[in-house]
Every structure is written in C-alpha cells, then in structure tokens.
Design a protein around this ligand. Structure first.
Ligand code: ADP
Ligand code: ZN
Length: 818
C-alpha cells in the first residue's frame, strides 16, 4: 500500500496537494520536513509535509515526490499550529504564511532562466522599449534570471512581458533547479589515522628525513595541535609552515595527512566572555518589576506603561535573566531593527554572546543558520532580538516575549500577505509555549490600554523617569501669531530660534522633527497652478534639492526638475510646504557654526546609514539632528537639551481615525528624547492650532485624558477597539472596472452585514504604480463570531470571481486594519 504526503507549497493556493512517496522516501519523510515536488507544467517547488497517510486522492493522479530534503523536520508542530492560526485569522493562505515564515534560503525552487533564440531575424519585428532592452541584454549574456531582467527593465512584474516575448518566439525559457542554503564548511587537517601510535609516528619521521619541507609541516602541525588534538585549519597550517598547497597535497596523497570538513558558523556573535553585572534597579523600577511579576502570575500579558526614560529596558533585562535561568528562550521584538544598535550593545554588555540579532542585513545563509540555532535551542540564540518577522523562528521553548514600543504601527505588516500584527501574533505564539508576555510603551496603544481596562491584560506602571529627572517642559508656539508679528526666520519661530541658540551655547544638543522628507512636498507653477504629478500614482512629486530632482514617495519614480512649467511653459515653478532637507538648509544659514545632520529615508539608505548618523550624534560630533519619525523610536541620547517640532499640523489633520492617537504618541515620543539623564529638557512645538486638544494633552503629558477622549470617540463612531475593522482593497489598472467590482462586492456584503459596511471609496491616493485602489471597510462588533463572518466573505469572493469581468481584480484582505 502506497504512502502519500499532503504537501504545503509556498504559493497562494487555497488547498494542499497530495504526492506519493517511494519506499525509500517513506523512511525519511517526517511531518514538517521539506520535500521537492513537481508542480504545474515544469516547475519544482520546495513543499512541506503536513500529513502522511494512505488515502489515494480521487480527483487526480498524485505525482511522485522528487526528493526528500530533510531528515529532521524543519518546522515544528507548534509552528504549524501558529501558521494555521495566522492564515485563518488574517485571511490568507497557509502557503503565503509558509513563504513569509521560512528563510528563502530553504526554499529551493526551480528558477526560470531566459535565453536568447539564436538566429532570429529581428528585422521587421516591432519591439517596444522594454523588449528591446531585454534582447540587448541577452546579446551580452547567454542567459538571465527573471530577477535580473526585472532589474534591467526596472519593473517588479516582468512575467507578462516575458510571456509576450516567448509567445512571439523572441526568447526561450528554461527551468533550472537551485539549492540555495548550504552549510559553510572549512577544511581542517590532521595526521592520518595509521600514524596515530607513537611507534608508527617515529618510523614516519625517520623516513621523512630526506624531505625537509614535509617534515617541517608535520612539526608545525604538532605545535598547532598543542599536543591536545586541537583542530587545525588547513589554511592556517599552510601559512604557518610557509608551505605551498602542493606540498600539503603531496602529504595528503601519500596518506600521511588527511583533510576533513567541519561546518563553520556564520552567525557572528556578540562580545566573547562571561556576562556582565545586572543593573541595580531604582525603587520605582523595583516596584514595577513586582507588578510585572504579579501580572505574570495571573497568566495574562502585562502592559508596562512607563514614561519616556523611566528605565523600562533595565526591567526587561531582569526578566530576560529570569527566563535564561530557567533555560528558556526569549523573543524581544522591536519596531525597527535598523536603529537598535544602542540596545544591542546594552544587552550584550549583560548577556554577552547569548544575544543574537535577527537583522534584515543577514544574508540568506545567515538566516538559515540562525534558524537551526533557534531550533536547537543553543546558547547562542537564547535571546533573539528582531523586528516582527523574528516571531517566525522555530523556538524550541519560548519563555518570554517582549514587545517594546508596542504602540508602533510598524508592527503591522502591510504588504504582502500575511498582513499580521507582530504584537498580536507574538501573544498567540506565547500562548502555545506558555511563555510570559510583556508589552512596553510610554504611550500605549488605545487597544492595549483598553485590554487592561477589560481585564485582558495586567498593568505595571512607571510614572517617573530614572534618577527622578523631570519630564520635559513642553511649550506650544503659535505660528500664526509669529508670522503676523513678523518674527519668523524661514521656518523658525523666534522662540525656537532662541532656544536653539541657548541650547548650543550651553553645549547641549538639539533634535528637530519634521515629518516629511525631501525639500518641499509640492512644486507648483505660480503662473498656472500646475504641480508636477507622478505618471504612475495620483500624487504630486516631492522636490529633493540635493539631487535637484522630483521624486514619487509611493513608487520611486524620479526625474530632474524642469526649468519651466510643463503645462504653461513659464519659468515660474516654486516650492510649497517643506521637508527635512529644507529645515537642514535653513539651519545651516541660521546657525553657520553648528554641525547639522539629517536622518530620514534618504540619508539612511546605505548599509550602515543609521549607525553612522546615530553614532556621530551620540559622540557629540553633531550639534543638531533633523529627522523624520525615525527619531521617535526609542533612541536614548544623553545630551539633548532641546527638541523642536517644526510643524505639528500635518499630523493633526491626517484623515484617519487614528490620527489623533498617533499624533499624541509621535509628539510624546520625540519629546521624550529631551533631557533624559540629567537636567530637565525643553520641547517646543510649532503649530497653527495651539489650542487643539491633542496638543494641549501632549504638553501636559496627559495620556489618561487623551485615552478617555479617544476611546469615547471610537465608541461613538464605531472604530477600534469598539469594533474590529476588516479592510478589503480592490486593485486593478482600469478605473471603471475596479469601481464596478468594488460596488458589486460591497452590495453583496451589505445584504449580509447591513450598515456595518462602509464604502467603496477611493483612498487619498487612488492610483499607485498604475493600479487603482478602492476600499471597503467592514466593522465587526465584539459579539459577532469571526470565523462565520470570514466564511461569508470568502463565499462572496467566490461568487465575485465567477463573474468574468471581475476575475482580474485583486482582492486584498487586511484584518485588524490599523
Ligand atoms: P525607557 O526605555 O523607559 O525610555 P531607558 O531604559 O532607555 O528608558 O532608560 C533611560 C536612561 O536611564 C538610560 O540612559 C539608562 O541607561 C538609564 N537607566 C535606567 N535604569 C537604570 C538603572 N537601574 N541603573 C542605571 N541606569 C539606568
Ligand atoms: Zn509614483
């Protein structure tokens, strides 16, 4: 009787496929192990065995498994359970979760190679620009991968292009199987087994008397082995003995020496040596730690709500230590891994090499290797620090999950599926491991505080800064008045300019926050009012003066700024609004002595972009740092006397139900960078709305007031946490079609859910990368069970796809849209 494997493929399929195993494969295949299986016409995929069984599928003839790739499961039952939860909850396929969860180094895949067709006559062929580029590239290279072609034509999706060219006989396609992860091995050398006895060795050395080079090598080897059979790398021996590879080779051929391979670790570790001392906690920290422990005892996740610079990190350190004492693993999630260098150093000072960072800069191989470390529960991966995707690592025994800055919206994956929330998914995972969960923030999300109020989470509080440093003095500056009284110098009000001078004079540093990068958001013609638009998206282009170009922040399109308006031809283009680049430029004029630096997406693209900027500021090489919201994410600088917010109004007026909450969080967090360790810091917020409730709450540090008011509004207008929001986005390149399709879908939803359905509506930017978007929101009240709701929606989607003119519209679900 044959054995079958139900196999999960890393592609968005609604169901799994069954393959047949040969007798020899049956012995090695296990649930959670990888298999290479054929799929479609000629493709091989890496799949995962979900189930082994004896039931022959009836609907199709099962294909054979091509190869079993693992003798140990790559993925554990706990992980599979977590993936299944994620696919169900966030309404995507299990294959999409698989694809995201597993480092791509493990996903051996047949790669499509594009080849030229020899001897084709291109005369008379009508080629468009892209086709011409592809053929030209193939003149120089016989074969290219699909990815390489994507780079050449500067497009993400090139398959339609290639398909067109293939069907016209312009190119050939070929499948090639690629294994991507290979352990790194290093050659070591030792004496051949036959000479391991003293007597044999003596005879050998005598016989080598006439070959001095060879005996020199042997003596060198004994020295390097330090008598104790210490492993010696071939390369090291060769160098030390000053011998050539040929001499070494001769000894190996004569079976005097033998070479063997050892796997080398790619994971760079932190500082060597023992762990450092634990910090001594202040009484406030000690009290909070007790509250956290009590919360853990109740089995609930704990929210640690501690003001900025209250010393949350040291409390985390204590809890990490406790988990390590129990020999359990720790997952430490942060919103943005690129700027955590400070934190990594702090943790490594205490935990030494037990801290490992799951970094976006790890390459395929390093990621795969870290996977094995975490799976084996080695000491090296006892504490994993990472952004949201670190939660997919195969933890053997997770004891503690920390989610720092839990309010940050970067924890939510936006694209592609699974569109999961890292905090929430980590809480579910922790449940499977019976691990403790701590969420930390100085400005908790309304959801989390609401969960405390409902008794779902426990609360721990820190109301004071470490060392009793006062929270910063926050003042609002009325921009309208400053302009009226002609007190503005460029974008700087008189109080802000003066405060900067004073701060610099007292040898303190300044941080300036402007939530827009570039020089000016909009370029506008003074004669005709025309503003240059992105050809692919419905937005105006942003002016970047440094490169003198216009850029689209949605798709990356860029071009040089023209001298004259493309609409009316007049040389009257002017800039409106301002970004970080302009703030930086004005600072250089106002404070020519000060050293100014800028931190935003444009200045941090390089590999160590962030570290250079942060490092220089820490070392006080920089006086003033201008930046976007990257500045808000938990940085701990010691000499910042002043934080200035250039303009708070864009944050206030952002059209989103969460705009006020985010504005409060952002401004409180940036303000929190001021005066962290000694003297009280100062914060100036420039705004046209100095009486706006949210800004008043920021300046009074009134989180409770903000929370109550926002919660009331969310309940009135039915937004989270009063309801759950499921956002359904429809995407298509034709404006009319997406409109009709979305309307049909919304109508079908309304029949079922009535007034809980909002839309369809075009979002603020309706066209991105040449695709029109339309949104429908479904508000799900607390009592309404989720899975039947989702099943109804899936049913509607199936009917939708049965209508031929709608089939090409992409339907995207975003559960718990934030
Ligand atoms: P938070 O994360 O709450 O904003 P941090 O953990 O960054 O605050 O602490 C703020 C500052 O106080 C840091 O510079 C930190 O080194 C210092 N600090 C906090 N707790 C202690 C402690 N127990 N001993 C010494 N320094 C501490
Ligand atoms: Zn664009």
């Amino acid at each position: 009787m044959e054995t079958y494997a139900e196999v999960l493929l890393p592609i968005p399929l609604e169901r799994n496929f069954t393959y047949v195993l040969s007798e020899s494969q049956v012995a090695s295949a296990a649930i959670g192990a990888r298999v290479a299986v054929p799929f479609g016409k000629s493709k091989l995929y890496t799949g995962l065995v979900l189930r082994l069984h004896k039931e022959r599928p009836e609907a199709y003839t099962p294909k054979p498994v091509f190869r079993v790739l693992d003798d140990q499961p790559l993925v554990s039952p706990v992980q599979l359970r977590h993936w299944a939860w994620m696919a169900g909850y966030y309404m995507c396929t299990l294959g999409e979760v698989f694809r995201t969860a597993v480092p791509s180094g493990f996903l051996l895949e047949s790669e499509t190679r594009v080849l030229r067709v020899e001897g084709t006559d291109l005369q008379g062929e009508e080629l468009n620009d892209l086709e011409y580029l592809v053929l030209e590239a193939l003149e120089h290279q016989p074969a290219l991968s699909v990815g390489e072609i994507g780079e050449i034509v500067d497009r993400k999706r090139v398959l339609p292009l290639l398909h067109g060219m293939w069907s016209r006989g312009l190119i050939r396609l070929q499948e090639k199987l690629q294994e991507r992860y290979t352990p790194k091995t290093v050659r070591y050398i030792r004496l051949h087994a036959q000479y391991r006895s003293d007597q044999a060795l003596e005879t050998l050395l005598d016989s080598l008397g006439r070959a001095p080079k060879q005996s020199a090598i042997l003596l060198q080897l004994f020295q390097l082995q330090e008598g104790a059979e210490k492993p010696v790398k071939s390369k090291v021996l060769q160098e030390k003995a000053g011998a050539s590879r040929a001499v070494l080779k001769a000894l190996i051929d004569k079976e005097i020496l033998e070479e063997y391979l050892l796997e080398e670790d790619r994971i760079a570790v932190g500082e060597e040596g023992p762990s450092g001392p634990m910090p001594v906690l202040s009484p406030h920290q000690e009290a909070a730690l007790q509250q956290v422990r009590q919360g853990f005892a109740s089995g609930k996740p704990v929210l640690l709500y501690g003001v900025t610079a209250s010393g949350k990190t040291e409390v985390y350190v204590r809890l990490i230590e406790e988990a390590l004492q129990e020999n359990r693993q720790v997952l430490y999630l942060v919103p943005e891994i690129a700027i955590t260098q400070q934190l990594v150093h702090r943790l490594q000072r205490v935990f030494g090499r037990r801290v490992v960072v799951f970094h976006s800069r790890l390459n395929l191989m390093e990621r795969s290797e870290l996977w094995y470390h975490v799976q084996a529960g080695t000491e090296k991966a006892a504490v994993v620090l990472g952004a949201r995707s670190a939660l997919f690592l195969p933890f053997a025994d997770l004891g503690l999950v920390l989610v720092d800055e839990e309010h940050e919206n970067t924890f939510k994956q936006f694209d592609p599926a699974p569109r999961y929330h890292g905090r929430d998914a980590a809480i579910v995972l922790a449940g499977y491991h019976k691990a403790r969960v701590l969420l930390g923030s100085a400005t908790p999300s309304i959801e989390s505080m609401h969960n405390v109020q409902k008794g779902k989470y426990a609360l721990a509080r820190m109301e004071r800064r470490y060392g009793n440093v006062l929270l910063p003095d926050i003042q609002l500056v009325d921009l309208a008045r400053q302009y009226r009284q002609k007190r503005m110098k460029g974008r700087f009000s008189e109080p802000l300019a003066e405060a900067i001078s004073e701060t610099l004079a007292s040898r303190q540093q300044v941080i300036l926050f402007q939530n827009r990068r570039g020089y000016a958001p909009i370029v506008e013609c003074q004669s005709c009012g025309h503003a240059p638009q992105c050809p692919n998206c419905d937005v105006s282009l942003t002016f970047h003066r440094y490169r003198n170009e216009l850029r689209c922040h949605y798709c990356g399109h860029h071009r040089a700024l023209e001298q004259t308006c493309e609409a009316c031809g007049n040389p009257t283009l002017d800039t409106k609004g301002f970004g970080t680049e302009q703030v930086e430029a004005e600072l250089r004029e106002l404070f020519p002595e000060a050293i100014v630096d800028r931190m935003d997406l444009d200045t941090t693209r390089g590999k160590y972009g962030y570290q250079k900027i942060i490092g220089a500021f820490e070392a006080r090489e920089t006086d003033i740092l201008v930046g976007t919201q990257m500045l808000t994410k938990g940085l701990d600088f010691r000499h910042v006397g002043l934080v200035g917010i250039m303009n708070a109004d864009t944050l206030l007026h952002f059209p989103h139900f969460r705009a006020h909450e985010r504005c409060f969080q952002l401004l409180t967090q940036v303000s929190g960078r001021a005066g962290r360790t000694r003297e009280r810091g100062k914060v100036l917020i420039q705004t046209y709305n100095p009486h706006h409730q949210i800004l008043v709450q920021v300046s009074n540090g009134d989180y409770e007031g903000m929370y109550k008011e926002q919660l009331y509004e969310r309940e009135q207008f039915r937004y989270p946490p009063a309801v759950r929001i499921l956002k359904i986005t429809f995407r298509h390149k034709e404006y009319n079609r997406v409109g009709e399709g979305a309307a049909w879908f919304a109508q079908a939803l309304r029949q079922q859910f009535g007034t809980q359905v909002l839309g369809p509506e075009f979002p603020a930017v309706a066209r991105i990368r040449n695709q029109y978007h339309m949104n429908v929101l479904l508000k799900i009240p607390p009592g309404q069970p989720l899975s039947p709701t989702k099943n109804s929606i899936k049913r509607i989607e199936r009917s939708f796809n049965a209508i031929s003119q709608y089939r090409s519209i992409r339907v995207v679900y975003n559960v718990d849209y934030i």
